[in-house]
Design a protein around this ligand. Structure first.
Ligand code: HEC
Length: 115
């Protein structure tokens, strides 16, 4: 009796371990806002240090949905959305870097007050 309970525990425990092992690569591939924050230093000149633009032609990025930011950066990279400046910026970015940058800007909370 005691033996079979231990076996059951061992079985559950090993399944838990496999679950964790299975999740590990997902965690590594997931969007990483803090890696994006590090990378975003080079975007700050135009889009502002917190994603709020200081320039007349550069849009705010703070609080934009990640799915939108990813799409736009990939469009600049491919040329689907033509823009001289952003084409040069987006060209060397990997999919992972784009995901991270998008995660960072999407994680910045903005508030809107309507008067
Ligand atoms: C030299 C200035 C400059 C830098 C540096 C720069 N951008 Fe931009 N960015 C722009 C301008 C200008 C636009 C608007 C282009 C257009 O009209 O499509 C833009 C547009 C964007 C958009 C589209 C936003 C929207 O509302 O559609 C995204 C996303 C973006 N930039 C991300 C980035 C990221 C991420 C970085 C850093 C890796 C970066 N940019 C660096 C100037 C810059």
């Amino acid at each position: 009796m005691k033996h079979s309970r231990q076996t059951e525990f061992g079985f559950k425990f090993s399944r838990l371990l496999w679950l964790l092992v299975g999740l590990a690569p997902v965690a590594v591939l997931a969007q990483n806002a803090s890696a994006g924050k590090d990378k975003a230093g080079m975007c700050a000149t135009c889009h502002g240090p917190t994603g709020l633009s200081q320039l007349p032609n550069a849009p705010h990025l703070a609080g934009q949905p990640a799915i939108y930011l990813v799409e736009q950066m990939k469009n600049y990279r491919s040329g689907k959305r033509p823009n001289e400046v952003m084409a040069v910026i987006a060209k060397p970015l990997s999919d992972q870097e784009i995901d991270d940058l998008a995660a960072w800007y999407a994680s910045i909370e903005i508030t809107v007050k309507v008067k």
